[in-house]
Design a protein around this ligand. Structure first.
Ligand code: UDP
Length: 311
């Protein structure tokens, strides 16, 4: 099996590179390192079944030889990143997905799109099942990511229906774990780096908004099973264990061994008030559900952050 992973030097992409190499695949990792980092794949350089190509997937993609799978994970993915890179975010979700699908069609490869719970926007249905169409502002600051991913899903379904490409769509909910960038602004690295440095935790708004956090190993297992299934329609992969951001701040402080100290910040525009995946479909089709308890996952993530911070 020969597998191309776009965004392969990112948090999820690099974890996928590891997994597919472990499964015996030849892995081609493509990234332009805008938000990805060579540190994430440094341990793979020199592996006989691994190759890294520096390329911006919004431009024509050339890969020689056959390809069995394309996993399209290239995109800025944290609210801070896509606020700073709005045009690149729109381009990689639209033009990048188009190029990657064109390659899948040309090679007869199976294609998997990394989509997101952001397609549900600030949801009015809770928890969110795949049938929910979402509540997204196209013109708000998050619109650049949300609409790019919604367009990407539409394009994937069109290539599936019109060109007969074998496609999969995973809707990824908040995921954390080793190789998350410390400075990507997301709540998990933000709170841990603040707590570990003895700084106050920046809670946005009153902290009553909820998220449901999935450990990366669980997510990767779900994606692997989805790729090997025959389901072309979107499947939620995430951990339904929901908590408020305030409670999450408390948990991080406990694990870091510090008193909870808060620095309130304004709630960003269009920040979803609740989020929890309905994973009934993943359980039914893939026999998948998350296994790693929050505390265990957070401990190993904290160990990674400590190392990165030289603590
Ligand atoms: N958040 C926070 N403090 C931070 C970073 C994030 O309170 O320093 C909140 C944010 O407003 C959101 C939640 O944590 O409600 C998760 O934010 P994140 O950026 O991780 O991802 P999102 O789920 O919003 O895409």
């Amino acid at each position: 099996m020969r597998t191309l992973i776009t965004g392969g030097a990112g948090f999820l992409g690099s974890n996928l590179c590891d997994r597919f190499l472990k499964e015996g695949h030849e892995v081609i990792c493509m990234d332009n390192l805008i938000t990805g980092n060579m540190d994430n794949i440094a341990h793979l350089i020199g592996h006989e079944r691994f190759r890294y190509i520096n390329h911006d997937v919004t431009e024509y993609i050339y890969v020689e030889g056959e390809l069995d799978n394309i996993l399209h994970f290239a995109s800025p993915a944290s609210p801070i990143d896509y606020l700073e890179l709005p045009i690149q975010t729109l381009k990689v979700g639209s033009l990048g997905t188009h190029k990657a699908l064109g390659l899948a069609k040309a090679k007869g490869a199976r294609f998997l799109l990394a989509s997101t719970s952001e397609v549900y926007g600030d949801p009015l249905i809770h928890p969110q099942p795949e049938e929910y169409f979402g509540n997204v502002s196209p013109i708000g600051p998050r619109g650049v990511y949300d609409e790019a991913k919604r367009f990407a899903e539409a394009l994937v379904m069109a290539y599936h229906r019109y060109h007969g490409v074998e496609t999969r769509i995973v809707r990824i909910f908040n995921t954390y774990g080793p190789r998350m960038r410390l400075d990507d602004g997301r709540v998990v690295p933000a709170f841990f780096s603040q707590a570990l440095k003895g700084e106050p935790l920046t809670i946005f708004g009153d902290g009553s908004q909820t998220r449901s956090f999935c450990f990366v190993d669980d997510l990767i297992e779900g994606i692997y099973r989805l790729l090997n299934s025959d389901e072309p329609e979107p499947v939620n992969i995430g951990n339904p264990h929901e908590m408020t951001i305030k409670d999450f701040a408390q948990k991080v402080s406990e694990l870091a061994g510090v008193e909870l100290n808060v620095e309130p910040r304004p709630l960003p525009q269009d920040d979803p008030k609740v989020r929890q995946p309905d994973i009934a479909k993943a359980l039914r089709l893939l026999g998948w559900e998350p296994r790693v308890p929050l505390e265990e996952g957070l401990k190993s993530t904290m160990a990674y952050f400590k190392k990165k911070l030289n603590l």
